[in-house]
Design a protein around this ligand. Structure first.
Ligand code: SAM
Length: 468
């Protein structure tokens, strides 16, 4: 029996969050009315059908990586006796460093007698193609042994206690797929154990996404990354020997892309306010042997020096390498991939966000934007992006920015893969076409559309008019 992918209602604070979204996403004049919100929520509850890798173009060509991935996926399908799995692995037509895997996976997904329960975060990762790692397992009945085939379910309400050993019948669970047990109870729950590693090797999932094991690719060849996130780097379009700022950079996925686009020539300053996260940027850059990235722990709302200090470009480069705070107009291009409510992540199986948390982001985003405008050189490019779907954090931020910074122009974000900004959001038709929005009302079964919810706006700084 083949189980189709199920969509769940993602929000624990369902009524509160839905009411907020209905009130703040334009309705009467735009496309996002009540049924629009329903569509949005059901879209968020399902996993995208496509998997994308960004290739490390410093060491390999995208078509070579396609071949490696295709070979590994077919080998894996044969090992799992999954003869119906069909994968199409190809370079994206507009992004030459991006590999897209589309799957037409009609795997045998009969529900097994033995079941394992995982938490919602692990469940979402499984639907995107991950194996089940030990920390994600909540319940495993006694009598399940290594080598057994089990069905894996996600607990979407967070009620299954760690170590639960009976079949989990209460609460809400959704079927994710089947896999082979690699760690049993004694490996998972013995006293003082902090198990790591793959506990269930997934063989097929209801989302149809290929299962991407750690051994699928040599780690420096490519990085799993969502399509709009890869697009961000291309829209910023950093050039060799420029001075670039990535203001909210951890874990460094976009930073490493910027370095590759620049042939690792130039200076990239990568900031994040959390020290442990900055370590992850360093690790990501080591993974790809990148030397142009310089990391600093910094609250980017405080990254601008109070006094300005005119200097030539050589001196400017020396000064930025000393770290924040920076003098105004230090950077050729800036990426502000802002902290956001992340409502565009798919699939969302259980989201505990509250309306107060939702409302807290725009203020922080505006403060970060203020710093970005100060630090950008005249003629420089600023990309603002989020992985969320709220109006206030996306089109609303653009409207606010255009009102408060007369020295900024909104320019087309190219190349174009996404849809325009929302109708009724206050942006003019021309402005709507400049930004790129991923998510409803634009839905479909194309790799550019069936991805995560995301927003990208591109600004150019025109003169030294004082900012307010
Ligand atoms: N650009 C990253 C990538 O592609 O890998 C993802 C960035 S994530 C959307 C936002 C990041 O902003 C988080 O790592 C968070 O720690 C950081 N952050 C939040 N507030 C910040 C602040 N005031 N200054 C600097 N970083 C901040």
């Amino acid at each position: 029996m083949f189980e189709k992918q199920t969509s769940v209602t993602p929000f624990a604070n369902k009524l509160e969050v839905e009411l907020y979204l209905k009130s703040e996403i334009p309705g009467s004049t735009g496309e996002c009315n009540e049924s629009g919100i329903e569509n949005l929520l059901s879209w968020l509850g399902t996993a995208p059908k496509f998997t994308t890798f960004r290739v490390n173009t410093l060491v390999s060509a995208a078509n070579e990586v396609c071949e490696v991935i295709a070979r590994d996926l077919h080998k894996q399908a044969a090992t799992h006796g999954n003869s119906l799995a069909v994968y199409n692995v190809a370079v994206h037509p507009k992004l030459p460093d991006t590999v897209v895997i589309s799957s037409f996976n009609e795997a045998d997904l009969r529900i097994q007698e033995r079941e394992v329960i995982v938490d919602a975060t692990c469940g979402a990762a499984v639907l995107r193609g991950a194996h089940v790692f030990a920390p994600g397992i909540m319940g495993m009945p006694t009598g399940v042994h290594c080598g057994d085939i089990v069905s894996v379910f996600a607990d979407t309400v967070g009620q299954c206690k760690k170590g639960y050993q009976k079949p989990y019948v209460q609460g809400c669970k959704i079927f994710l797929g089947n896999g082979i047990v690699r760690m049993e109870r004694k490996h998972l729950y013995a006293k003082n154990l902090k198990p790591v590693g793959v506990a269930i090797e997934m063989t097929a999932t209801v989302s149809g996404c290929p299962v991407i094991g750690p051994d699928c690719l040599s780690s420096n060849l490519a990085l799993l990354q969502n399509l709009p996130s890869i697009l961000c780097g291309h829209v910023l379009n950093p050039l060799q020997n420029e001075i670039i700022l990535d203001m909210c950079a951890a874990p460094g996925n976009k930073t490493s892309h910027l370095a590759m686009l620049m042939g690792d020539q130039g200076v990239i300053i990568a900031l994040d306010k959390t020290e442990s996260k900055v370590k992850n940027i360093v690790k990501r850059c080591q993974q790809f042997s990148l030397h142009s990235v310089h990391t600093f722990v910094c609250d980017s709302t405080r990254s601008v020096k109070k006094i300005s200090q005119p200097c030539d470009s050589e001196e400017q480069q020396k000064l930025v390498l000393q770290g924040p705070p920076f003098i105004q107009e230090s950077f050729d291009r800036i990426l502000l991939d802002a902290p956001c409510s992340a409502l565009g992540q798919r699939p969302q199986l259980a989201n505990r966000i509250t309306v107060n948390q939702l409302k807290s982001y725009p203020l922080l985003q505006r403060k970060l934007f203020h710093s970005a405008v100060s630090l950008l050189k005249c003629g420089g490019t600023l990309i603002y992006s989020t992985c969320t779907v709220t109006h206030e954090e996306n089109e609303g931020l653009v409207l606010w920015a255009l009102k408060h910074f007369p020295n900024l122009d909104l320019v087309p974000a190219v190349p174009v893969l996404g849809g325009p900004g929302l109708k009724g959001s206050g942006l003019t038709e021309e402005q709507r076409q400049c930004v790129q929005k991923f998510g409803p009302p634009l839905v479909g079964s194309d790799c550019d559309i069936d991805t995560i919810g995301f927003f990208i706006a591109c600004f150019r700084k025109k003169s030294t008019v004082d900012v307010t």
